[in-house]
Design a protein. Sequence first.
Lengths: 364, 313, 299
Amino acid sequence: MKVELQNLTKIFPNRNKKIKEGVVAVSDFTFTVPDGKLVGLLGPSGCGKSTTLYMISGLQQATSGKIFFGDEDVTDLSPENRGVGLVFQNYALYPHLTVMQNILFPLQNLKGKDKLPKEEMIQRAEEAARLVQIDELLDRKPNELSGGQQQRVAIARALVKMPRVLLLDEPLSNLDARLRLQTREEIRRIQKETGITTVFVTHDQEEAMSISDMIVVMKLGVIQQVGEPQEIYDNPINLFVAKFLGTPPINVFRGCVQNGKLYIGEEAVLDVAGVEDKPVYVGIRPEGFTLDENGPLTCKLSGIEVMGRDVSIISTNENSTNPSVRSIINSDNKVDATAETVKYSLKPHKVFVFDAETEERIYF
Amino acid sequence: MVNTKHPWKAWLYLSPAIVLLLIFTLWPIINTVVMAFQEGYSIQQASKGKEFEFGLDNFAYVIEYRGFLTCLKNTILLCVLTVPISTMLALLIAVCLNSIKPLQKFLQTIFFLPYVTNSIAIGMVFAAMFNVVGTVSAKEPIIQTWGIINNIIMFFGGEPVNWINAGSEYWANIFVLTVYIVWNALPFKILVLLGGLQSVNKQYYDAAKIDSTPKWRVFTKITVPLLSPMIAYVVITGFIGGFKEYSSIVGIFGEKMGPPGAMGKPLNTMVGYIYDSISRQQGRASAAALILFGIIFVVTMINLYVSKKKTHY
Amino acid sequence: MSDIAKSQVMHAKDIKQLSTQQTVAKILAKIAVYAFLGVMALIVLFPFYWMLISSVKSLDEYILAVPTFFPQEFHFENYIDAFTTANLGTLFLNTVYVGVVSTALSLVITVLSAFAFARLEFKGKNALFAALLATMMIPGELFTITNYITVSKLGWLNTFEVLIIPFLVSVFYIYLLKQNFMQIPNELYLAAKVDGTSDIKYLWKVMIPLALPTLISITILKMMGSWNSYMWPNLVADDAAHHLVTNGLRGAFVVEEGGMVNFPVQMAAVAIVSFPLFMVFLFLRKYIMKGVSRSGIKG
């Protein structure tokens, strides 16, 4: 089932009642989640991604705009009539019910022609439990489970009624680092197996990049960029997106364009023919540097971290907006750790130029 | 911690409390038990130098005495009627209050009002509302006014009832008392239950909504179980208060604990019985007080046991 | 997942119909909720309303066969009658005297005890505190019998002492305040000790201001307790000179069979007695509700 969001806008009334204008949480959000895909809504906290998710679920009403599930307009439907599954950030498992009772709960609510015979309910619940690998724990109460187990129960409860759309609100944020890695693989696997159109919300770009078919990057309620993870990483549309994606983060320098050449400080680092002269920001991915004795970019060396296959060089440059410049190069290259400076040349496809005022990408 | 050097300081600060507690709490506990087991104990006779035998006579007397049985019956009846009614009504009101936004604070204040009343004084208002002015019991009743409650009943086409006046029926009396006690008990229960509801995580309700849970099922399967500790609390305190019921009856019926002209004290309660015996039959009063304590203790334990079984999360 | 488990359980529905249905259901539910709450609120308020309008009616109007829901004439002199009939002036003075003195003494005792339990270390502290808490389980009636004997032996019957002293210590208040004191970090006390501040000064300057809301709750509950107390005073102080409000009120309007109470005047008296409570409630609602929700005891 594809999910189509058209010009979705959410304005909350201002807390200070004297101020009439509300707070815009989501603004003019238009996007279609393709059928059977896993889509991540990515952005810093307060960017409206959770609000978007809640609007899809129906728990929050859109101020304006439309939501379609397939061809159905569900904008005015309340959550109970939408047939979505939602996994809450802190799971919201009913504390007084066992795991089995929690998973059965949505099925027992079905009525009319949707009503299932008891055996089928149990069969479905057991299937769902098996899918998330908690079939051993069915008689436990939620407070007897670890965070990761609770998470799985919550997913099973959301899946058991075979929702038309599965929604996950920060599914990994309450788990420790090791579990997080494992669980995100799980989510990917479960989504593949069931083929349910899934939308999840996260502020962790690594998480979004690693499992999503598609990412929507948001900032202050506005979509910045939509695309496959790699595509967004390789081709950020503005400085915000470039900075938000990638670990280690992109290195950003103040620079300017003059006569078709890109300058960082006094040094012309790249040819950017056809770009008009103006001050710019220059974003360089850590892997976009090549050690080159004759290279145009000079940085003060401050440290080297060996990471096995790669070497990470930490240096400083007075034009860098980050406290330090971090490059990642193949460890075959020999680096003199005692040297005062390093010199780099740049890989053009790893260098992005942004207008210093609008922070929009300038293509060259 | 500090000040271990001067433990006498702590005792100094505690001394007023301890002295008073020794005299007015600890000593009464011991003495009441002692008196209860001294057959036929009374202070007047004790001061004349009479010795009393040790035995269960006071308990036997109290239990066999008809007046006491009436008290016991009235007390239990009022408990059994008022605690479930007031708890359910309070739960319903609390759930409704919790579901609305406009007027919530305002209505909450109104529902708390009966708490800050003098139960004797407002009992008199209830008595006035149910009161029939005139002679009801005579063959040809002369009625001046049936009282506002009867007027309302008659407005809807019902028959007027002699609620509390001379010759009124026991059930009519109990009905009036039930109404008044429930009215009086609501504020505390609503306050506690609403507090409980407001501390329930809202996400459970969101999750229920997502799963298309019908309203009634949300109430029975989510709200009530999550609220069960609070419900247990108001039920237990309700029973304890109910077993000590006394002043509501005085408020409506006066010291005679019954409609005018009735023989004995047909609406007396356990506490009433204790007070009646205090000045002359302290042995029996003590026995009755111990029985009251025993009942309250047992009922509380049963309540705790049941609520433990029902609220294991 | 097996095929059966994979199939969708929710059938397609008529969206238009659903969305009108759900809107109608929502509105109906809201109406039902407000209607229920409104009716219940009216029931709760009705006795107060009836008390107020009855209190200014004439007796003739009060006993009309068809009652008036708004007084035809206002007889405010009922209030003056009430004041004299029930001797409310003396009753008020007595009650205020007993209330103020017992509250003040009770506060001192409670503060000192709570301080000792919360901040000082001494042998047997926990056992003593547990014993105190255990007494809360015992119904007060059990104490009353012996206390009656005790006060009569002391010759206190029909005095103010008897109304004040036996109930000065409330384990519940000590418990409440102790909990509150414990939340105040111990470092503050240590710092005060280092500066050479005496216990009493520290108590007065630091702990009491910080625990003020609880102290206010206790004060109000204690005052209300005096205002509403009935049984004990009735037992030990039944002479007019020491009557408290509630006893005087109930006693002033007893009817012998066949006679008729002047109901409007009685209602006026009830209104006068209720008025201070409402005032306290109106201005100190927050403290009352906070104290009450933790106590479960009336007054």
